[in-house]
Design a protein around this ligand. Structure first.
Ligand SMILES: Nc1ncnc2c1ncn2[C@@H]1O[C@H](COP(=O)(O)OP(=O)(O)OP(=O)(O)O)[C@@H](O)[C@H]1O
Ligand SMILES: [Mg+2]
Length: 408
């Protein structure tokens, strides 16, 4: 069926986007250039300082970065590492990096394999790194060969490092030079986490062998979020976003803690919503609706990805919230509800202390809010905990887990 205006294109599809000029600028995987990065000058300097020796082919300092979600940890690590690589190239120094998401790859073997695969140039190393079939020890051997032959410096970024199943890989990577596993090259580790107390969980062996710098990324304030969003304004066609959109998005994203991920997600979702509704401009109303959607999505993602035990604890709190006029519950009460659930689900029963710790983690992740009687936010056995989302929504997400759904 030919139409007179179709200029040869399939009329079934749309070829212009009335809202976005380049939506990719708002995708979470997009790496903005240095001119679009705002408000992290100190942190960038500190990261640059740790990695600086790599430019001359020397060993960088290992570095741990902490901070809440959306504070730019992944972005700044990636961005500075790329700048290091570019600078090093001028002097023919070969720096390479592997970015590992430990949420996806958390075993020693898979990390060693991935780093080797990313860094390897088979024609230089004479080594292949097969996807499967080698033991951990053999993958290490290949990794050392690959690193020695293909790089002067290798930077290993371990994002969400608290998800590592076994920290032995940290010890081996950090000791590789000393132990003469590699001789012509060196390794720098950048570990990223939103758990500030993560180093406490490292084994003594690792703690003592891994000397490192540590750096905390604070949340953004509303003005910094406005700047960040303004630098991505060209994701939209001119005049499409109304004046109130960016300040409102920034204010909403700064409510819990200044989270750039949330700000960018809200802005993108607001644009998508306007498009879906065939509205010509993005307005305050789209932003408010987008905030709701962004929060529900994020919350689902957070709890869906949680370990079984954390889900059982959240489920206990959800049931309590549903069946009571109160909305805050002391650890003790949550613990006894939790014990009933684990009994029915045939899960191991954790100690009250461990349950308290998991509640604390969920507090940090903004799933729940924990307060100590009279003394503000706090740890300890006397804390009270409150669910930060509608129990209906939480239940819906939790019940997607097959074990918990048998509960109902
Ligand atoms: N200073 C900044 N300037 C411009 N964009 C930023 C800045 N900080 C963060 N962003 C953007 O916000 C989003 C989230 O940043 P990033 O992924 O680095 O956060 P994070 O601290 O690693 O969070 P998480 O702990 O959830 O992984 C990304 O899209 C990133 O491009
Ligand atoms: Mg990150």
């Amino acid at each position: 069926m030919a139409s007179d205006e179709s200029d040869g294109r399939d009329p079934l599809f749309r070829y212009d986007d009335p809202i976005f000029a380049d939506e990719r600028l708002l995708e979470i995987t997009h790496l903005p250039g240095p001119d679009r990065i705002v408000g992290r000058d100190d942190q960038m300097l500190r990261v640059a300082d740790a990695l600086n020796p790599a430019i001359f082919g020397s060993k960088p300092s290992h570095l741990f970065i902490f901070g809440k979600t959306g504070t730019g940890k992944s972005l700044i690590s990636r961005s500075i590492t790329q700048r290091v690589i570019t600078e090093a190239e001028r002097d023919d120094i070969n720096v390479k990096y592997a970015f590992i998401d430990c949420g996806e790859q958390n075993t020693e073997a898979s990390i060693v394999k991935t780093v080797a695969q990313v860094v390897n140039e088979p024609e230089r190393s004479g080594v292949t790194v097969p996807d499967r079939g080698l033991g951990t020890g053999d993958y290490y051997k290949r990794l050392w060969d690959v690193i020695d032959r293909c790089t002067d410096v290798t930077i290993v970024i371990l994002d969400e490092i608290d998800m590592l199943e076994d920290d032995e890989v940290l010890r081996k990577l950090s000791r590789a030079g000393e132990n003469r596993r590699i001789s012509d090259s060196s390794i720098g580790i950048v570990g990223i986490s939103n758990k500030i107390d993560f180093p406490d969980n490292l084994s003594e062996r690792v703690k003592s062998s891994l000397s490192r710098d540590e750096l905390v990324f604070p949340p953004y304030d509303a003005n910094q979020l406005i700047d960040i969003l303004n630098k991505r304004r060209d994701a939209f066609h001119e005049e499409v976003i109304t004046d109130e959109v960016i300040p409102l998005t920034a204010a909403l994203a700064a409510q819990e803690h200044g989270d750039a991920r949330k700000a960018i997600d809200i802005l993108r979702n607001a644009g998508r919503l306007a498009k879906k509704r065939n509205d010509a401009r993005v307005t305050e109303e789209h932003v408010r609706a987008a905030k709701e959607k962004t929060e529900a999505d994020r919350f689902s993602e957070l709890i869906e990805g949680s370990p079984q035990q954390a889900k059982a604890i959240l489920y206990a709190l959800t049931l309590l919230t549903e069946n009571s006029t109160e909305d805050e519950f002391p650890t003790k009460i949550i613990y006894s509800q939790y014990k009933q659930i684990t009994g029915r689900l045939e899960l191991d029963i954790l100690s009250e202390r461990r349950v308290q710790e998991i509640l604390q983690e969920q507090n940090f992740l903004n799933v729940i809010q924990s307060e100590r009687e009279g003394r503000g936010r706090g740890r300890g056995a006397h804390a009270k905990h409150r669910l930060l989302e509608d129990p209906e929504i939480v239940k819906k997400v939790l019940l997607r887990d097959s074990r918990l759904s048998m509960e109902e």
